[in-house]
Design a binder for this molecule. Structure first.
Ligand code: ZN
Ligand code: ZN
Length: 414
């Protein structure tokens, strides 16, 4: 169908980090917007890193707007490990699965917003609140030149955003997952130095030994957290995850590494995710004292570090009307929403939440294995189409919601 081919077309644009083709993605999104008669704006806070903003104006400009956010970049691939080429967006005839990097994370969502608007326009629906779509760059590398700059801009203030939808996760079961908070990412590099020497000599204080002691200590901590999840004591989003993502050491030689030389430097990288309620200061103390102690000639550095003064949540009780509106709208489209969860990884939603806005993490993919950042990422075409109906229902409910929200009230007082 044309709906599916439009999704394929977006997936075929290679927006993988670290060299995303943002200009092709922008052209594509703008052409979609034009076909839908949406207002368009391109903002470049940083050159060649465009944010594409689309607007479907509502009838009441005094009410806060609905922001539907998605990121245009995707994570890199190891193409040889894929059955289908990751930027072909092939459809497996038998299953109807669409294979592509970004099929789940999160080009599906960006296109589903647009397709839902297409349907609503097709039946003559008119929103009361402004419906704004933001297609933002660089989420996968921290969002610093995308969503982070966006939320601090005048353009954003003028939008008077009242609620934000951003990405969630696929769900293998029947229920859609929905997220009210997320863990903070710490991308940590620990470095050890030590005395170099002959490969045959046993001596204390080598860089490798110094590093490995840390790795052992970090692994014990990792196990303790993982055990809580395995034992069913805690959910994935409620423990600290620590995973080693690189190891770097050794003296290179043309045939590999020099084998009889103990190197003077060694380092390891870790992806750490910290739940909102965990005390970050005490974790950093553990890091300084046990994981990278200067007494063992170790230093550390963060490649990414999100710190929060206090836990940041989107309310899911009656103080936040958007939560129930979403649940009801999903129900109205024959879906069900699970219990509110903490997103185990990170999304741009955090930038909206720190500004005090309710942001909900939601990607309508049920009956789907979680394959974001994995090989052979796919989304089934029927599931994709169902997701469009879900968004149609949500956008309809959100944009026709007339009760003043807290945000509208504070606006009125100005
Ligand atoms: Zn994502
Ligand atoms: Zn991602």
């Amino acid at each position: 169908s044309t709906i599916i081919s439009r999704f394929q077309e977006y997936l075929q644009i290679n927006t993988a980090q670290p060299n995303p083709n943002y200009s092709a993605a922008t052209d594509f999104i703008i052409s979609q917007a034009k076909s839908l008669n949406l207002e368009t704006q391109i903002i470049e806070f940083v050159k060649n890193k465009p944010l594409v903003i689309l607007k479907w104006p509502g009838k009441n400009p005094f009410l806060s707007s609905i922001l539907l956010n998605s990121h245009t970049d995707v994570v890199p691939v190891e193409p040889k490990k894929w059955f289908f080429s990751p930027f072909d967006a092939n459809i497996d005839d038998l299953s109807g699965n669409i294979y592509a990097r970004g099929a789940q994370d999160m080009k599906c969502v960006g296109m589903q917003y647009l397709e839902a608007i297409r349907k609503l326009k097709g039946v003559g629906f008119q929103p009361i609140r402004d419906v704004i779509l933001s297609f933002v760059p660089d989420e996968e590398i921290g969002g610093h030149d995308g969503a982070e700059k966006f939320v601090g801009s005048d353009d954003f203030l003028k939008m008077n955003v009242g609620v934000v939808l951003d990405e969630g996760l696929a769900s293998p079961g029947e229920e859609y997952r929905v997220f009210y908070a997320e863990r903070s990412p710490w991308w940590l590099v620990i470095k050890a130095v030590g005395a170099p020497g002959h490969g045959a000599k046993l001596y204390d204080g080598t860089a490798m030994e110094n590093l490995l002691k840390s790795v052992e200590s970090i692994r014990r901590f990792r196990d303790s957290q993982f055990d809580l999840v395995k034992g069913g004591v805690k959910a994935e989003g409620d423990v600290v995850s620590v995973n080693m993502v690189f190891l770097k050491a050794g003296t290179p030689s043309p045939t590999g590494f020099v084998m009889n030389l103990q190197p003077s430097e060694a380092q390891a990288g870790f992806d750490i995710r910290i739940p909102p309620t965990v005390d970050q200061a005490s974790l950093e103390k553990r890091l300084a004292e046990e994981w990278a102690p200067s007494s063992r000639n170790m230093t550390y550095e963060f490649k990414q570090k999100v710190t929060t003064e206090k836990p940041i949540f989107t309310a899911y009780d009656s103080s936040n009307p958007w939560w129930k509106l979403l649940e009801d709208a999903v129900k109205a489209a024959n879906g069900t929403v699970g219990k509110p969860e903490i997103f185990p990884a990170s999304t741009d939603a955090r930038y909206f939440r720190v500004r005090g806005l309710p942001a909900i993490g939601f990607s309508p993919m049920a009956r789907t294995p979680i394959l974001l950042h994995d090989h052979n990422e796919f989304l089934n075409q029927d599931e994709y189409l169902k997701g469009i109906d879900i968004y149609e229902s949500i956008i309809k409910a959100y944009s026709s919601y007339e009760e003043p929200t807290r945000d509208d009230e504070s606006r009125a007082e100005l």
